[in-house]
Write a protein that binds this ligand. Sequence first.
Ligand code: UN1
Length: 514
Amino acid sequence: MKEIDFKPILKELHLEAKNPGVCTGTEWKYTTGKFIESFSPSDGKLIAGVQQCGVEDYHEVIETAKEAFKSWRMVPAPKRGEVVRQIGLELRKYKEPLGKLVSYEMGKIYQEGLGEVQEMIDICDFAVGQSRQLYGFTMHSERAKHRMYDQYHPLGIVGVVSAFNFPVAVWAWNAMIALVAGDVVVWKPSSKVYLCAVAVHKIVAKVLKENSVPEGVLNLVAADSKVLGDTLFSDKNIPLVSFTGSTRIGKKVGRLVGERLGRSILELGGNNAIIITPNADLEMALRAVVFGAVGTCGQRCTSTRRIIMHESVYETFKQKLVAVYEKLPIGHALDETTLVGPLVDNWAVQDFRNAIERVKKEGGNIITGGKVLEGEDYSSGTYVRPCIAEVENHYDIVQEETFAPILYLIKYKTLEEAIQIHNDVPQGLSSALFSTNMLETETFLSHEGSDCGIANINIGTSGAEIGGAFGGEKETGGGRESGSDAWKAYMRRQTNTINFSTELPLAQGIEFSV
Ligand code: UN1
């Protein structure tokens, strides 16, 4: 790929060489934190830098957010939805440059960068509708002339801590729902993709200003986790923390938030599998497996990591897969012919290398890929050839999530065995089964089927739509965000009983006269 000049894109996104990393909506702050530069994993070039947030700046932001909540919660929900609608319109205007920045700073291919911005737009549309549907139930009271119902109130500050692999969409899933719920948001993005976060805040600032949204409703704190992580998780001012990241860190987040009896939405690691039965359409399965396993260079929490194949289709499918893998176009994420971009950084490459070594040590058979690429086009040192390995499910390395394109092949004889293998990992995010046989598909979706938060039929494990609740079971953390009724976690639920009689009857028929 010829050299790209990224300056015009930065200009379009209103980014400078040095950008402030703290924002309370429309006001930006150069702060006391360390200045950090962001390099593209595609070509190793400097993109721009961000002045990070320090602890004192953080406390100031929290004070502003607390104040903002007092008025924002009283704005009617459909009016809050109107602000979100305008954010969606603004994002549409910036879909291409923002998609490019996501691609260039994080390393996912441009198509996926565009897809990520589309997820933001979609959740805006969803949230606008939701702003008129923050429904509670009504109940019939056991007492005469009494009425009962439940209602949802705004919760307060929502802390959104997002990961590098979805630099902008995860914020939107949380923030747009939180906004219509009447909450205010403090976003701490991953330090690997600060520029994306700054760009998003520049885009939304215009809408906030035009609608006179108070400072402190949407906040950005670009801070090093070592500086701010524990402070934020332990902060009693934040009733809800939504954290996306590794299971290792997620356990700590759960503990710190739990110790103060705060709430958390945890979106942690996955170890997602696709079962391919003798009744699968193998061509469809092939496309789903390849997208799931090498898309985003294997760095989605929904990435396909294990293929559990019936012995009768094993060899045929394996050969098809290897043939596709061996001609995968690997290269610069912004080159439109690329299907596999780089890994995010050299740490990720090291994790990939270590995992391959462990696969071999435990007795696995590498059948293709597994090498770090060298040469002029790969001089950033972040490109790898996606790997396929034949393994057994119980290997320690197979039980772990490696955030890289390594796909494990496992053979089965009966569907019962396939489901048993499928569920026999600590994580429980996403899962899929390919079959046109109704007995197989329904078994997979039944109580004795997949134990994951997401279970699909004839669709891969990744690329979920925003309309469903997103999240997983077991070590994936149990959180749900985005669509369906995930909004309820962002609100405070209240049961109300109203007596419109002239008596005071007690519930359960208790007599108590004074
Ligand atoms: C993630 O990897 O953290 O289902 C989220 C998907 C995307 C979201 C992934 N919609 O693959």
